[in-house]
Design a protein around this ligand. Structure first.
Ligand SMILES: Nc1ncnc2c1ncn2[C@@H]1O[C@H](COP(=O)(O)OP(=O)(O)O)[C@@H](O)[C@H]1O
Ligand SMILES: [Mg+2]
Length: 297
């Protein structure tokens, strides 16, 4: 387990993981929608190799707008975005959708083909991969998400959780370097949320894909993220490790959020037991470990 101790003030500043390669650099990007609404404003954001980075912010803070910039679906009105050395908007970046896959919040925005297999094969076929190879990529992706049994189903008739899995398979079949998932656990029951959570960890650990998650579910982000970026009014207002972010009330409240349940529970238990809150558990397992240790002491 990583250290849960309270950091010194200088540790609260985000130190870029210099050993890791930068895959995406969003440099002071702004986006104004046609009706004049500001989606993101002077947004600076980076994605590194082998990480799960969580964008945490309240509704309307700009998470989805940022995600849609990561593969050029939206282009910035100001600033620039570079993905693996290619500038978004330039000719060289025309096929960025191969590098960065986006799993939309509403699966219905993504699924459209007559069968699950057609849907998952669509990306590889669109990349110019021959039919037999595209089919085998689709079947492997369906297996990876644990949905091989749905291969001949009609996407329309699937449950919300199944649709989310098929959407992820459709992106995975294209073998991207980065996958961005917009509110991946929203509207799912706890069982399917858990499946998606484990799948996201597998994307990073087994497929070495960097993962960006947009979420306002801080409990989920606390369990899964390597790095957390707090999003407020279209910009990142703070970034750092989950413990540094979620145990800092000034930052969390400033972003219009509430600390994760485990953080609230830990503090309440410390008050109840009369012990000082010197550790920083983020998961239920860590909470149990630190509180039982304290009680024994
Ligand atoms: N297509 C659009 N046209 C106009 N305004 C939009 C559009 N999409 C999002 N917005 C606005 O941009 C801001 C950021 O929205 P969004 O990126 O969806 O936030 P989040 O994903 O954090 O909830 C909000 O004020 C929202 O109303
Ligand atoms: Mg959103």
């Amino acid at each position: 387990m990583t250290s849960l101790k309270t950091p010194t003030p200088d540790q609260l500043c985000f130190q870029p993981p210099t050993a890791l390669k930068e895959l995406i650099h969003v440099d002071c990007a702004s986006h104004v929608y046609p009706d004049g609404t500001i989606g993101i404003h002077q947004m600076c954001f980076r994605v590194f190799e082998s990480e799960i980075v969580a964008l945490c912010g309240p509704n309307g803070s700009g998470k989805s707008t940022l995600i849609e910039h990561l593969n050029g679906l939206l282009t910035p009105s100001e600033g620039k975005i570079v993905v693996r050395g290619r500038l978004i908007g330039s000719k060289e970046a025309a096929d960025l959708w191969k590098d960065v896959g986006i799993v939309f919040q509403r699966s219905d925005d993504q699924l459209f083909a007559p069968t699950v297999l057609d849907d998952v094969m669509f990306g590889p076929i669109n990349m110019g991969i021959p039919y037999a190879n595209a089919k085998s990529a689709a079947l492997s992706a369906l297996k990876a998400v644990g949905a091989s049994d749905l291969v001949h189903k009609l996407p329309n008739f699937l449950s919300g959780g199944q649709k989310r899995l098929i959407s992820i398979a459709g992106i995975l079949a294209m073998k991207p370097k980065i996958i961005a998932l917009d509110e991946p656990t929203s509207d799912l029951d706890p069982l399917h949320s858990d499946i998606i959570e484990r799948l996201i960890l597998e994307l990073k650990n087994k497929f070495t894909i960097s993962v960006v998650i947009a979420t306002h579910d801080l409990d989920f982000a606390a369990r899964i993220a390597d790095r957390v970026c707090l999003v407020r009014r279209g910009s990142i207002c703070a970034e750092g490790s989950p413990a540094d972010m979620f145990y800092n009330d000034r930052l969390i409240n400033g972003a219009g959020l509430q600390p994760p349940t485990v953080v609230q529970l830990y503090r309440a238990m410390c008050i109840e037991k009369g012990i000082s809150a010197t550790e920083r558990p983020l998961t239920i397992q860590q909470l149990v470990e630190v509180t039982s240790k304290k009680i024994v002491e």
